[in-house]
Design a protein around this ligand. Structure first.
Ligand SMILES: Nc1ncnc2c1ncn2[C@@H]1O[C@H](COP(=O)(O)OP(=O)(O)O)[C@@H](O)[C@H]1O
Ligand SMILES: O=C(O)C1=C[C@@H](OP(=O)(O)O)[C@@H](O)[C@H](O)C1
Length: 290
């Protein structure tokens, strides 16, 4: 399953519960239709094509990426696995998007959550499915500052400087429509950012800390400066810092209009699997009796 199936499981419930009612590029590849509807030139940081972001226009029909993995892999997944296509899942996602789009009426979706919660991964899939444009706010800050990585911005300037630019980027995005935005994990700590993000719909990707630390340890902490300072092996230092950050930020994430809990998704999958096994067993017993 994975990120895409998580979406297919959750899309109905999040739209029902909403109150309104690393990345190589800051942008997902877009369909021709999406491109026509996009108005990125309004942004302060200008046209992404000029600022070096890659957008490919060659595909009229978009692929929906799915990955088939055991629920246990979800929690321990490194994310380095290939995403495979699945016709069924693509169909489910397509239907869900058709259900959801009228409720969205063009409003942007902001994904919030701790580092490694999958905001970029899920955001790209969500944007594909909804035919929205995808933006990664960290990438937009890098472009605005003219520095190639967030880690470098922290080092050359400061965290406060990064946060100011992050707020500016969110402000610019807030006047746009039909975007999925993967925010930086710390965007939730400034109340002003909520004012911008609440122009759209905010979704909190809530993932257990152990899973976050495992995912981050798998790719290393170098690109995440807040985790890189601690001593120790990547998992231990990521886990220690994520625990501290999560205690500070827990309440802030809860401001989101909806929460997608990976723990709950895994439980649902386990129940579905157990029910499937039970049905198969039941059928076998019936066959033996006759
Ligand atoms: N649902 C998932 N299951 C397993 N690994 C995931 C999942 N979502 C993301 N990942 C992996 O976790 C890492 C961090 O994901 P990313 O989308 O960059 O998180 P964020 O943008 O929230 O920091 C990446 O290596 C990614 O492939
Ligand atoms: O949690 C945080 O404070 C941060 C998360 C990072 O983004 P991701 O959540 O995309 O890793 C990035 O904005 C910066 O390193 C600070």
């Amino acid at each position: 399953m994975e990120a895409s199936a998580a979406l297919s499981l959750q899309s109905c419930s999040w739209i029902g519960s909403e109150k309104v009612g690393r990345k190589t590029s800051g942008f997902a590849r877009l369909s021709n239709r999406c491109l026509e509807e996009r108005k990125v030139s309004m942004l302060r940081f200008g046209d992404p094509r000029r600022s070096g972001a890659s957008i490919r226009t060659g595909h009229a029909e978009r692929k929906i990426f799915c990955c088939h993995k055991k629920p246990s892999d979800l929690l321990g997944g490194t994310g380095s696995e290939n995403f495979h296509n699945s016709f069924d899942e693509a169909l489910v996602l397509k239907r869900k998007s058709e259900e959801v789009l009228p409720y969205l009426s063009g409003r942007c979706i902001y994904l919030v959550g701790m580092m490694g919660s999958g905001k970029s991964t899920v955001g790209k899939i969500l944007a594909e499915v909804l035919c929205y444009s995808f933006f990664d706010s960290d990438k937009l800050v890098e472009q605005a500052v003219g520095v190639s990585s967030v880690a470098q911005i922290f080092k050359e300037y400061s965290e406060a400087f990064f946060r100011d630019n992050e707020s500016e980027v969110l402000k610019d995005l807030s006047s746009m429509r039909r975007l999925v935005v993967a925010t930086g994990g710390g965007a939730v700590i400034r109340p002003i950012n909520w004012k911008y993000m609440k122009q759209g719909i905010t979704i909190w990707l809530d993932v257990p800390l152990e899973a976050l630390a495992r995912r981050i340890a798998a790719v290393g902490t170098a690109s995440r400066p807040l985790l890189h300072q601690e001593p120790g092996d990547p998992y231990t230092k990521a886990f220690a810092k994520l625990t501290a950050l999560s205690e500070q930020r827990g309440k802030a994430y809860a401001n989101a209009d909806a929460r997608v809990s990976l723990e709950l998704i895994v439980q649902i999958l386990q129940i579905k699997r157990a029910m499937g096994m039970f049905m198969r067993l039941h059928q076998r017993i019936l066959r033996l009796r006759h």
